[in-house]
Design a protein around this ligand. Structure first.
Ligand code: ZN
Ligand code: ZN
Length: 344
């Protein structure tokens, strides 16, 4: 058959013409020269159709092109690529749409100007408005939270929030952190994740969670409640050294009100209710531990050397065991030196 356009003898593709003549006389993609794309000036999210997304510009623009360009159904295995440059006026993109007609691959090129409309996204406007559905409160029974604890809790909570955000939960954020009353308040945008945060704190640090809710008004004909999750941390924490009457104790673990501890004089382990040691004095935590060099040992005594002063001391073993490491851990009190078992 002869092509009616070029007269060549060969297969006819469509409308009496060969494929190369068909491609020359047709275009398969068409689109606007300008697209508006709302972008949040604070967090950089883009709004695609009516939804805000933290997806990357390239992904959003490809979706927009797919949605706003007319791409012929004749084109198979469509692939969209862009090359964008930011200028003062906005983004200028070269759009390449390729695909197959029969088995011939074609690529069509378009110039597209993307006008970035700076605005504030749903999440940021809530955040600026102080929006919060829940408060996670951390309180401790006895003393105030130390500066280190305050930092640790803040990092702990921020990490949970960031992890959830990275999994796509844009709506979760910390509106504010309140430090006062010897504790910490985290104002959280969503109730569900706030409870998860409270539970994770409890899992890690012990204590109890008390829930309460407050009616904060009506929205769309429904009562709106704000939740408070109060975590009361136990007086003591893992690793604390305590003095209870004449006993020196080291806390191994705490679960709820149950404390597992060892008596440093004989390394006897016991599990007690926290209330039975409520009046014990906290000497400190792991910062009190010192490392000494083991010099020699007998069945019931151990000779150690202070690596700083080279002073040598002989201490009675808490029980007849053999020390195998070169270094031993000790706690010095006013009158005594106690050996501390190695954690395994
Ligand atoms: Zn032809
Ligand atoms: Zn935003």
């Amino acid at each position: 058959m002869f092509c009616v356009e070029c007269g060549k003898d060969g297969p006819i593709f469509r409308d009496g013409v060969c494929i190369s003549c068909y491609l020359k006389t047709h275009t398969f993609t068409k689109g606007p020269d300008i697209i508006d794309l709302p972008v949040c000036s604070h967090c950089g999210s883009y709004k695609y159709k009516s939804t805000w997304t933290s997806d990357l510009f390239g992904d959003v623009i490809r979706r927009l092109i797919k949605h706003s360009f007319q791409i012929s159904r004749e084109l198979n295995k469509v692939d969209i690529n862009t090359e964008c440059n930011e200028t003062k006026e906005g983004m200028f993109c070269k759009v390449y749409i390729s695909g197959f007609i029969d088995d011939v691959e074609i690529t069509e090129e378009h110039d597209l100007s993307v006008r970035l409309k700076r605005t504030v996204c749903d999440v940021c406007s809530k955040q600026f408005g102080g929006y919060h559905e829940a408060i996670v409160q951390i309180r401790t029974d006895r003393t105030k939270l130390t500066k280190k604890e305050t930092n640790d809790f803040t990092i702990f909570v921020e990490n949970i929030v960031e992890e959830s955000q990275s999994k796509g939960n844009r709506g979760l954020f910390i509106t504010d952190v309140g430090k006062g009353h010897g504790g910490l308040d985290f104002f959280i945008s969503e109730k569900g994740p706030a409870l998860v945060i409270a539970k994770k704190i409890q899992e890690r640090y012990g204590g109890k969670i008390k829930q309460s809710s407050k009616n904060i008004g009506m929205k769309d004909g429904r009562q709106i409640y704000r939740m408070t999750y109060l975590i009361r941390l136990p007086s003591y924490k893992k690793g604390d050294f305590l003095r209870n009457n004449n006993m020196f104790l080291h806390i191994v673990s705490i679960h709820g009100n149950t404390v597992k501890m060892i008596d440093l004089s004989n390394w006897d382990e016991s599990t007690v209710d926290i209330r039975t040691i409520q009046k014990a004095k906290i000497l400190g935590n792991e910062e009190l531990i010192e490392e000494m060099i083991l010099v020699s040992q007998t069945a019931d005594e151990i000779q150690i050397m202070d690596p700083k002063t080279y002073g040598i001391k002989v201490i009675k073993k808490p029980k007849p065991i053999e020390f195998k490491k070169e270094k031993v851990k000790i706690l010095k009190t006013e009158k005594q030196i106690f050996l501390i078992p190695n954690k395994n």
